[in-house]
Design a binder for this molecule. Structure first.
Ligand code: DX5
Ligand code: ZN
Length: 224
């Protein structure tokens, strides 16, 4: 059975006790920490930067950290995220002056690199970079805020990205981000998703362990 990674987005966590929140969702059984970086310029919201990531590492968080950059310009801050301990760094192609160079910059620090595709962005942008990326992050909401409604046309995009990856016989991981909850996770994942980002559904629940085991039980029913 294929492993599906659960990636809680800390955008919905309680920032006053972030280290503890991250530790708890990991102990509860999640796999990857999704770290949403917003700049109040590319998106109309402002979150956290490399120093917060570094603090999580100092708090002994050893799990993979998946940095989702929603910032412009993007290149200048990438070294700081890499040095702070990021494992994956994903950016939106619209934020880069030279996508190929930004991908190489991420790789030069030994991080995995990814491209994030907005609901309104065409998938064709991926074609020339398929051999340089490790992750495709499909946005299923407009970037900027947690707790939004899943945009159903993303399902068709997931299907096509999966085909694209399989056609290249590639190991690229397909990640979907935004509006995923217990009611739509099966529909999303059964189309061939590898990483499911979940913010509000996990962090707004009272008992993370219980919530994540409900998610895992639901995923176990899938035989893919
Ligand atoms: C939106 C972020 C997401 C999002 C996930 O810009 O990239 O990670 O907050 O949160 P939920 O699961 O609440 O949509
Ligand atoms: Zn995100």
């Amino acid at each position: 059975m294929k492993k599906i990674f659960i990636a809680p987005s800390i955008l919905s966590a309680n920032f006053a006790k972030l280290g503890q929140e991250v530790q708890e969702v990991l102990l509860a059984g999640s796999d990857i920490i999704h770290f949403d970086v917003m700049d109040n310029h590319y998106v109309p919201n402002l979150t956290f930067g490399p120093m917060v990531l570094k603090s999580l590492r100092e708090y002994k968080i050893t799990a993979p950290i998946d940095v989702h950059l929603m910032i412009q310009p993007v290149d200048s801050i990438i070294p700081s995220f890499a040095k702070a301990g990021a494992n994956f760094i994903t950016f939106h192609p619209e934020t880069s002056d030279n996508i190929k160079n930004t991908l190489s910059l991420i790789k030069s620090f030994g991080c995995k690199s990814g491209l994030a595709i907005n609901p309104g962005t065409s998938l064709s942008i991926l074609d020339e970079f398929m051999d340089q990326i490790d992750i495709i992050l499909l946005m299923s909401v407009a970037p900027g805020f947690s707790n939004q409604k899943f945009i159903s046309s993303t399902l068709n995009k997931i299907y096509h990205v999966r085909k694209k990856i399989d056609r290249c016989n590639s190991n690229i991981l397909l990640e979907v981000d935004g509006g995923i909850n217990i009611n739509n996770i099966i529909e999303v994942v059964s189309l061939g998703v590898d990483i499911v980002v979940m913010g509000s559904f996990i962090f707004q629940s009272k008992d993370y362990k219980k919530t994540i085991s409900i998610i895992k039980n639901k995923l176990n029913v899938l035989h893919i």
